[in-house]
Design a protein. Structure first.
Length: 467
């Protein structure tokens, strides 16, 4: 099997990712009387079909694949919204965005909503978070309940990226190592968020060399290029499109290695014993499959809303199991609470526990809802809404006549729009979607500070008429 080369020079050279498979060797020490720790790993912009455990062969992902092999993998998992802040808010509350009110970036979660961290802290857990992006800044509400909320962007962002490019070393991974070195004196709920698969696709040199062997590197896979492509100002040959996809794969493999490094350190410190590890992406990524688009924030096609999702907990969750029941990001909170032996969320939520499905029971199918709301006026699209159920999918855009209807079981690439001849099936899907949308939302946009605008624009979240 190919190995990732070490960096040639820099602050700290990355090790071969396969070495970090050692974090799973041996048996975890299970003490039934102990509370279970919970480690939530969210990986930004990670497509399920780029992981080996989902049948992907474009990127090497040995650490995530090993977690899946020794845990439970959900084959049919979806996000509530392919935008980072609303998606994570749904993970942390068990609510769809139109119910928790965080409709895009820069919205703030209302005080009446309780987060996973608040629930676990009230149950006596230490709560720790390590996040990679300012779009999850404490001002937006997700830091509530955390005893410690480490932010990668508190440090010199340009220097941090320069170090990553020079040596492959990620300061977020180091922060996780430093915490694990101090140990934990009580059960913990920890959240680690890696951002690297997000655009621009610019893996450090060893990972770039592994995937990008083309001589022509005159066009970068960066935000400016993707904006010009979306607005029809440039065109790209297929070779460049394939190169961009390979660069994305390099970022995926790099992130897999960081997961392995962190888990190896947690294992060494004894912090993986009696621990439920949950891995999910906040959303996927379009890689030019539809409408010349690289990104995720205007599309509700499956590459944007389908996500990898797995749970590893030796002695609690069966190993080598694949669950085909529909799983949604809103199901995370009720599932981890039940696995940890804590009471369910007080009050109504949109998610359901998946524990029965993990144990091999049939829990029935449920519709998947996904939506998009613009973070600003004059956005790339109007609000969009989708429902996926029974092998079919309907997408609607506000202010646009008609819609898109796909028989996704027969047409997984969503290439044949059957809306005009959908008949009874279209009406059935329309009814499902309208029932979800009966709860109105306020579309008043939050006021962005100049700094917020600059940061969101750098990530490609602000564009269009103000480019």
């Amino acid at each position: 099997m190919n190995r990732i080369p070490t960096a040639r020079a820099g602050v700290r050279a990355p090790l071969v990712p396969l070495i970090f498979l050692l974090f799973l060797t041996g048996c975890a020490r299970i003490a039934p009387a102990e509370p279970w720790n919970v480690l939530l790993i969210t990986i930004d912009t990670l497509r399920a079909d780029y992981l080996g455990c989902y049948g992907g062969n474009r990127a090497l992902t040995p650490n995530l694949d090993r977690l899946a092999a020794e845990g439970t993998l959900f084959t049919d998992a979806y996000t509530a919204m392919p935008i980072t802040l609303p998606s994570h808010t749904s993970i942390m509350t068990g609510l769809y965005p139109r119910h928790h009110g965080v409709l895009s970036h820069a919205y703030t979660l209302g005080q009446k909503f309780r987060t996973a961290a608040q629930i676990f802290r009230d149950a006596g857990y230490q709560t720790i978070a390590f996040i990679s992006s300012h779009v999850l800044d404490p001002r937006y509400g997700l830091s509530r309940g955390f005893d410690f909320y480490w932010k990668r962007y508190d440090y010199d962002a340009k220097r941090a990226e320069a170090i990553r490019q020079e040596s492959g070393f990620d300061i977020l991974t180091e922060a996780v190592e430093n915490w694990s070195d101090r140990g934990a004196t009580q059960p913990y709920f920890a959240w680690i968020h890696w951002f690297h698969p997000h655009k621009p696709y610019d893996p450090p040199p060893p990972w770039r060399a592994l995937y990008d062997k083309r001589e022509d590197r005159s066009v970068n896979a960066d935000v400016a290029t993707f904006e010009k492509l979306w607005f029809g100002e440039i065109d790209l040959p297929q070779e460049t499109i394939d190169r961009f996809r390979d660069l994305y794969a390099g970022e995926v493999t790099y992130t897999d290695q960081q997961v392995g490094i962190a888990l190896a350190h947690l294992r060494k410190a004894g912090l993986l014993d009696h621990t439920i590890v949950v891995v999910i992406a906040d959303h996927g990524e379009m890689l030019y499959e539809h409408d010349r688009y690289f990104g995720h924030d205007v599309m509700l096609y499956d590459p944007s809303i389908r996500v990898p999702f797995l749970i590893w907990a030796p002695g609690l969750v069966p190993a080598g199991t694949m669950v085909s029941a529909t799983a949604r990001s809103v199901d995370i909170l009720p599932t981890i609470l039940e696995l940890a032996g804590l009471p369910p969320v007080a009050g109504a939520i949109d998610g359901r526990s998946l524990v029965e499905a993990i144990e091999g029971e049939s829990i029935g199918d449920v519709p998947v809802f996904a939506e998009l709301f613009p973070p600003k006026e004059n956005w790339k699209c109007e609000p969009r809404h989708a429902v996926r159920a029974g092998g079919w999918k309907l997408i609607r855009e506000d202010g646009v006549e008609g819609g898109a209807l796909f028989h996704v079981d027969a047409d997984p690439g969503e290439t044949e729009n059957l809306f005009g001849r959908g008949g009874a099936k279209r009406d059935e899907m329309e009814t499902l979607l309208k029932a979800q949308m009966d709860v109105g939302v306020s579309t008043e946009k939050p006021r962005l500070s100049p700094a917020e605008e600059r940061r969101l624009r750098a990530l490609g979240y602000l564009g269009g008429n103000d480019r």
